[in-house]
Design a protein around this ligand. Structure first.
Ligand SMILES: [Zn+2]
Ligand SMILES: [Zn+2]
Length: 136
């Protein structure tokens, strides 16, 4: 599949990389229809912002179609149109239950922040709780 690569400040390229695979039972593979460019994506593009050269894009918001679901997924199915949000908390820890999924206890450090969404496909973890299905 194709993905955007951050080469250096002011330069993004497109590269062919392996398509993501299901890794956890509650993973979903999504075919990206639209990937957002957030203001925070532009920090590195504008200034470098200590982002490693030739690294994964910072894209972290998208719209897409569910292509493949892990065996534990009950809330979406292949073909569903979904909002793919920035954070993807587990939905079960104290932080998530209190509404603070951005600091999910099951995501140490910054791992709860999505990246790489400016790609043809993304792997999304904790998809039962965090994906938003668009009706109709
Ligand atoms: Zn953002
Ligand atoms: Zn959580």
């Amino acid at each position: 599949m194709k993905t955007a690569i951050f080469e250096k400040a002011g330069l993004m390229t497109i590269e062919e990389v392996p398509k993501p695979q299901l890794q956890a039972d509650d993973d979903v593979i999504i075919k990206v229809v639209r990937a957002c460019v957030c203001g925070s994506d532009l920090w590195a593009y504008a200034n470098g912002d200590k982002k490693a050269a030739h690294s994964v894009n910072s894209g972290h918001e998208a719209l897409g179609i569910v292509e493949e679901v892990g065996p534990a997924i009950t809330t979406v199915q292949p073909g569903d149109f979904v909002i793919v949000p920035f954070t993807h908390g587990c939905g079960e820890c104290d932080a998530c239950r209190a509404g603070f999924d951005g600091t999910c206890d099951n995501h140490p450090g910054y791992t709860n922040w999505s990246s790489g969404f400016q790609s043809e496909y993304v792997r999304f973890h904790y998809a039962n709780w965090a994906l938003i299905k668009i009706p109709g």
